[in-house]
Design a protein around this ligand. Structure first.
Ligand code: WTA
Length: 635
């Protein structure tokens, strides 16, 4: 019996039980039958719970790119691997076959090697959603370098922080990027970032917009002429199962962003397995995930998951509203997309448009539609079901995280009956549990608690780059022996999970994880600001938006409050990026604090959501009188 594809509900339960009772057998069978290895593992896994050290497929040798490309060439050489849809629909789209992808990745791998990139080196990739982004990721993986993709919407100071944290020596970027009607310069952002990144030796440049750029001799190099000259053959580097494949940064509730480290074999096995089952993938399918490769969703379900299965993956450079709000539907119709995977925030914004945008398109090619990144509210779920899926495509509401590497909780299409707003059941291998405040496992259903995973899984992040203690502390200390997700969840009477949201100070705005602490740090950089507290409040389209409560140092000097608000938001944009700007700013005389001096964000969160009646226990507040004034002046 093969465990790779689950065919029906009975089999799901069977596979699930097998994965719990005999995890070694379960995962080794999947790994053995569906991938190519230079050398098979000695042990399926080895854990040191005390130290939070996890290894999968111990001593296995492989190259993930051989699994993504080389092994498909004989059968699928002329099949489309990537369909690239540019920002501007007038520009020619591009179909990259598996043969083409092999040639392009080998050329890039050879260029990287020539430029001095070695196994284990970190390479920062700061590119728009163009094929070179995927080619660069795969070229790194082919030579054993660790890619660190940074979303091209981050500001120079956010970029330099990440480059320095990962100690990258190389950067791959482009002159600029296209997003909707805008042309955004990227190279100047890198130039500014690199002023404080002394380790970076080379910047490899892709030409995209043709904008003028400053060129630093000796450091900056155009890629195109090198690629042209390079050989299109390259023997993939032999990698250990536990060699790092990539670092990807995610926000923490405190402090600097966390560089989550994913390793090779476990990540490969589980992204491929989850892709196959959650999207009911079949050979002729055209799969489209609308995420950006700067996020984990792009890594796992634009690049690795689909290519490992020999699938055709659509890569879209633009935005859903350009040139019109029918762009998504145009693309589905144009390529006859069979699986469409997007975020609730996109659905909510498209829902506000005229129905005719979606209804005038032929979406009959769709078979499965998915949602990721934040809870999908009931209204959005129904709109998606009615207008996009036409009530015949199951919605897979997929719950997972940068840290988990692949989807852990999701319905299986045509197998698990869906329920609006529920991510439903854990995949085989995923032992999800709810914990109560006393740190006991909750056995009952129809309750909520902290969502934890009580047994390791292959695609879990292995550490935080350079800070294993923080990894232990963040994920394994609150509930010893269990992985704490940071999310709250509710379990219904049949055991379905519904994710209720973050239990920490991370706010998900339009599907982007934002830690409030770094935003407050940025605000506090403004000379007029004494103190600030940022919380998330419910927003119809973005899911959550940011509300800042700010006290000022210099009362008199900043009479123009509207201007001050702009300056504060500019401060945030330059430290983090425009995505972290505040929607609402309220200047207050003081912030509610506990006796130990901690700001009581819980109260501010309630106020920002318009809940001003009941604040629970406020006995620890030192200044309860400030609450009324804050409520009175609420925006
Ligand atoms: C949230 C994105 C509800 C959750 C893949 C998680 C979700 C965080 C869902 C991780 C979902 C993700 N329903 N909430 N289907 N999927 N989340 O690291 O709070 O960018 O902890 O990974 O997004 O965000 P990240």
């Amino acid at each position: 019996m093969s465990y790779y594809k689950i065919e029906n509900l009975e089999q799901y339960f069977k596979h699930y039980k097998k994965s719990v009772r005999e995890p070694r057998k379960f995962w080794s069978k999947i790994a053995e039958e569906n991938f190519v290895w230079y050398q098979v593992w000695d042990k399926v896994f080895e854990f040191d719970m005390e130290e939070s050290k996890f290894q999968w497929f111990v001593n296995g040798k492989l190259n993930i790119v051989k699994n993504c490309i080389d092994r498909h060439l004989a059968k699928r050489g002329e099949k489309a691997a990537i369909i690239f849809e540019p920002n501007n629909p007038e520009e020619q789209s591009e179909t990259i076959t598996y043969n083409d992808l092999y040639n392009r990745v080998c050329k890039m791998a050879n260029v990287l090697k020539e430029q001095g990139v070695k196994k284990g080196d970190r390479v920062c990739i700061y590119l728009p959603m163009i094929p070179e982004l995927v080619v660069s990721m795969l070229a790194c993986a082919r030579i054993g370098a660790i890619h660190s993709v940074i979303f091209a919407g981050f500001s120079s100071s956010a970029v330099s922080k990440r480059i320095n944290d990962a100690e990258c020596k190389f950067v791959i970027t482009s002159d600029g990027s296209y997003r909707g009607s805008k042309t955004i310069p990227l190279k100047p952002i890198i130039d500014e970032a690199l002023e404080s990144c002394p380790r970076v030796e080379k910047v490899l440049l892709v030409k995209r917009t043709g904008s003028d750029i400053a060129f630093k001799e000796g450091r900056d190099i155009w890629l195109a002429p090198l690629l042209e000259e390079a050989s299109n053959n390259h023997v993939a580097q032999v990698m250990d199962a536990e060699d790092p494949l990539f670092i990807l940064y995610t926000s923490g509730s405190t402090g600097s962003p966390k560089g989550m480290v994913h390793t090779t074999a476990g990540y490969m096995v589980q992204t491929a397995y989850s892709f196959k089952n959650i999207f009911d993938y079949k050979e002729e399918d055209i799969f489209w995930c609308t995420a950006d490769c700067g996020w984990i969703t792009g890594h796992s379900y634009i690049v690795y998951g689909p290519l490992l299965n020999g699938a055709t993956t659509v890569m879209f450079e633009g935005v859903p509203s350009y040139p019109t709000p029918s762009r998504f539907w145009d693309i589905i119709d144009k390529y006859k997309v069979t699986q469409f995977y997007t975020a609730p925030t996109a659905i909510r914004s498209l829902m506000t448009e005229d129905y005719s945008y979606v209804n005038s398109h032929d979406l009959s090619s769709l078979r499965v539609i998915g949602s990721v990144g934040e809870p999908i509210n009931e209204e959005a779920w129904h709109w998606y079901n009615d207008h996009v899926g036409k009530k015949r495509c199951p919605i897979v509401d997929t719950w997972w995280q940068t840290e988990t590497g692949s989807i852990l909780v999701s319905p299986l299409p045509f197998i698990t009956p869906t329920k609006p707003t529920y991510a439903t059941l854990p995949l085989p291998g995923i032992q999800a549990v709810l914990m109560d405040e006393k740190r006991n496992e909750i056995e009952d259903n129809q309750v909520d608690g902290s969502l934890c995973i009580k047994f390791p899984w292959p695609s879990m992040a292995r550490t935080i780059w350079g800070d294993h203690e923080r990894y232990k502390e963040t994920y394994f200390s609150k509930f010893p022996g269990k992985y704490f997700t940071g999310d709250g969840a509710l379990r219904d009477e049949v055991g379905y999970y519904r994710i209720t949201g973050r239990a920490d100070d991370v706010v998900i705005v339009s599907g982007h994880n934002l830690g409030t602490a770094p935003i407050e740090d940025a605000i506090n950089e403004h000379p007029a600001v004494a103190e600030s507290a940022v919380v998330g409040y419910k927003h119809d389209i973005k899911g959550n938006a940011l509300y800042g409560f700010i006290t000022l140092k210099m009362e008199g000097e900043y009479r123009d409050r509207e201007n001050l608000k702009k300056e504060i938001n500019n401060e945030i944009a330059s430290h983090i990026g425009p995505i972290a700007k505040l929607d609402k700013i309220q200047f207050v005389d003081s912030l509610p604090k506990t006796r130990s001096g901690k700001i009581m964000r819980r109260i501010l969160r309630s106020i920002s959501n318009g809940e001003t009646k009941e604040f629970g226990d406020v006995s620890t507040l030192i200044n309860p009188e400030v609450i009324e004034a804050i409520i009175e002046n609420k925006i």
